[in-house]
Design a protein around this ligand. Structure first.
Ligand code: NDP
Length: 286
């Protein structure tokens, strides 16, 4: 059996086309949705992510501002920058690119972002709202995975979803969003003994670990839906996921590739959240 490819590039494009209409509507009312991205230090991967976010903003006709600092920036200076952005009328979304250099208190920084502009969905208020199923900004990667499932016509209710990874930005919220759609959810992580015995139970398997080709065909059941969040480099320095695509795609019913699966959706949902924030602000101002 060979699986159906869930194409994040294509699905992302469809969603971004729909966003274009919302951007035009905002512009007609004098609002250009604006995203500020704060980059501290010279992590090469972070620079690439930031450039991609800016390019996507620009391609949609949104306003984007990059605030780039050397790693000598102090916690206090970064706090001041965030406070300035919180009150800047032209900015609807604020994103601090992670990871920050070690001398920063990441959770304090993320908590300083106004929850109304927290388009990454990392502020404790927004995490709480997500958990309660209230309307809020959803973290972009799990939000993107939910959109991939929806656009692929995959029914979630009643399925057993296994999420491998429990980080605050991917794994934990991923499981919660699946739970809200009535999946039965199991989390696995680095302390889970016999990972395969858990992953083989999954109707929907989401892998967000960061270990190249951790999941092999023997770790999944026939016909499973496999979503690969991982972004790693293989032995030839080629981008690859946490799932061994060559073998697993022979056994899964649906699978996301890396690249071209979850990655493009993360950026797309960041755009969606920024537009949502601009719409919220416009509604409040009326
Ligand atoms: P973290 O390092 O924060 O979390 C990794 C998780 O994997 C942890 O919960 C850890 O468990 C678990 N884990 C580690 N080793 C194992 C193992 N051997 N078996 C089972 N679980 C294990 O990573 P992130 O969540 O931030 O990212 C995960 C991956 O997704 C990375 O490759 C990252 O690059 C990618 N990513 C991709 C995005 C995209 O847009 N495509 C966006 C964000 C991330 P424990 O908690 O016990 O330590």
């Amino acid at each position: 059996m060979s699986s159906v490819l869930i194409n994040g590039n294509e699905i992302g494009k469809v969603i971004r086309n729909n966003l274009q209409t919302r951007i035009e509507d905002l512009k007609k009312q004098g609002v250009v949705p604006g995203l500020a991205v704060v980059l501290v230090g010279d992590n090469a991967a972070s620079k690439t992510y930031v450039t991609n976010k800016q390019k996507t903003c620009e391609s949609l006709g949104m306003h984007s501002r990059l605030l780039s600092f050397t790693s000598s920036l102090s916690q206090e200076e970064l706090m001041t920058t965030i406070h300035d952005l919180n009150t800047d009328e032209s900015i609807h979304g604020i994103l601090v690119q992670l990871p920050l250099p070690k001398h920063f208190d990441e959770s304090l920084i993320l908590s300083a972002i106004s929850p109304d502009k927290d388009v990454d969905g990392f502020h404790p208020n927004n995490v709480g709202k997500m958990l309660l199923g209230q309307e809020t900004f959803l973290p972009c990667t799990p939000f993107g995975v939910m959109k991939l499932l929806e656009h692929s016509g995959i029914e979630i209710a009643g399925k057993h979803a296994v999420v491998v990874g429990r980080s605050n930005i991917v794994g934990k919220p991923m499981g919660q969003l699946l739970l809200q759609k009535d999946a039965t959810v199991t989390y696995a992580h680095s302390k889970t003994p016999d990972l395969g015995s858990i992953t083989r139970q999954a109707d929907i398997l989401v892998v967000a670990v960061g270990i190249a080709k951790l999941i092999q065909a023997e770790h999944i059941k026939d016909g499973a839906i496999v979503i690969d969040v991982g972004m790693n480099r293989d032995e030839n320095n080629k981008l690859c996921g946490d799932v061994d695509f060559a073998s697993v795609s022979q056994k899964a019913s649906f699978i996301t590739p890396v690249p071209g699966g979850v990655g493009p959706m993360t950026i797309t949902m960041l755009m969606e959240n920024t537009i949502q924030s601009a719409e919220n602000k416009l509604r409040q101002d009326k």
